[in-house]
Design a protein around this ligand. Structure first.
Ligand SMILES: NC(=O)c1ccc[n+]([C@@H]2O[C@H](COP(=O)([O-])OP(=O)(O)OC[C@H]3O[C@@H](n4cnc5c(N)ncnc54)[C@H](OP(=O)(O)O)[C@@H]3O)[C@@H](O)[C@H]2O)c1
Length: 323
């Protein structure tokens, strides 16, 4: 064989291998996103605990899990919102039990959370924990500009409370050798290399991803599936996005995909369009993404600050001085 023919054969073979690899990956993605049968969640246990179940993703997840026949423990800080959510769920799914636990995750210590969850779930066959409650800044801010109280609340709710919730349910799950733990992470730590001006938020979500990864390895042999789920944009009060679109999921659409993914892998992006967005950002250089996120958030920060200043100016003097 001549040298040129030989080179051509090698190039074609490499091209074929690369094409086959991409085709297999694509088919695998189609399988995971649209065709893979969901786990029978009732096999983990008959009750699911959801934190931050009074709004957004958590509320939609509560409806979705109830529709699968799971009884619910809703954890939230606002008794009337908990009561309303519980009533709404009963209005749609009559045959499940719904319990509410009032706890402010930003103000409770680890011991208080473990004690109250232990007490309120005593005797219940808890199969699933969804650590969903989360807080972010109202708009992007430089690290030194985030007020201390907000920073503390973000650290407590996103990171500490999630840790204590895991600690609360693990003994029961270990005893029956079954369980699923879902921590709601964020695209800010996975699909982009950095998330400047949302630093504390992104850092807490990175903690959750690592917590999930390690716990999943520690307890896989004990029948406990731990997972960090990665939503990108979902139209909730946190994001202030009102309308859903092909790129922005509604809480209901996201929760359907989320529930279908429970039990599969320690890190996942349940919604197909979010997964596609991850694929695209993965192909872009980190420096470009860093520049884009930084420039965009600096611009949003400036606009939000201007709005804040003009709002202050419009307030009557008495209110202004309270601020
Ligand atoms: N929306 C997105 O695009 C997006 C993207 C990536 C990740 N996430 C993550 O998804 C999760 C849910 O976000 P979301 O968009 O659904 O937010 P959301 O609409 O603001 O809902 C947050 C939930 O957490 C609860 N919560 C907040 N602080 C609490 C506290 N101190 N104690 C107890 N509960 C508390 C809220 O209770 P109240 O009803 O009392 O406020 C609410 O039920 C968060 O972990 C977030 O980081 C969201």
């Amino acid at each position: 064989m001549e040298y040129q023919d030989f080179t051509m054969v090698i190039v074609c073979a490499l091209g074929l291998v690369s094409f086959l690899k991409s085709s297999i990956n694509f088919l695998k993605w189609v399988w995971i996103m649209f065709l893979r049968p969901p786990k029978n969640l009732k096999e983990y246990g008959s009750w699911a605990i959801i934190t931050g179940a009074t709004d957004g993703i958590g509320k939609a997840l509560a409806f979705e899990l109830a529709s699968k026949g799971l009884n619910l423990v809703l954890v939230g800080r606002n008794p009337s919102k908990l009561e309303a959510t519980s009533r709404e769920i009963h209005g749609v799914v009559h045959e499940v039990e719904v319990k509410s636990v009032v706890v402010d995750l930003a103000k409770s210590s680890g011991k208080e959370i473990v004690d109250i969850i232990g007490k309120e779930t005593k005797g219940l066959d808890v199969g699933i924990l969804v650590n969903n409650a989360g807080l972010a800044y109202p708009y992007p801010r430089f690290f030194h500009d985030v007020d201390l109280e907000l920073m503390e609340s973000i650290l407590k709710v996103n990171m500490e409370a999630a840790t204590w919730m895991v600690l609360s349910v693990l003994p029961g799950m270990l005893k029956k050798k079954k369980g699923a733990i879902v921590n709601i992470g964020s695209a800010s730590t996975t699909i982009v290399p950095s998330y400047p001006l949302f630093t504390v938020y992104a850092a807490t979500k990175a903690y959750l991803a690592m917590l999930s990864r390690c716990i999943s390895i520690e307890y896989k042999q004990s029948g406990i599936d731990t997972q960090c789920q990665i939503p990108v944009f979902v139209a909730t009060k946190m994001t202030k996005l009102k309308a859903s679109s092909i790129f922005i999921a509604s809480p209901e659409t996201y929760s359907k995909a989320s529930v279908r993914s429970i039990g599969y892998g320690h890190l996942c992006t349940p919604y197909w369009s979010h997964s596609l967005q991850w694929f695209i950002t993965n192909a872009l250089p980190d420096n470009l993404l860093n520049w884009c996120t930084y420039s965009y958030f600096v611009a949003v920060n400036k606009t939000a600050k201007l709005k804040e200043i003009s709002r202050h100016k419009k307030l009557p003097p008495a209110q202004n001085s309270v601020e």
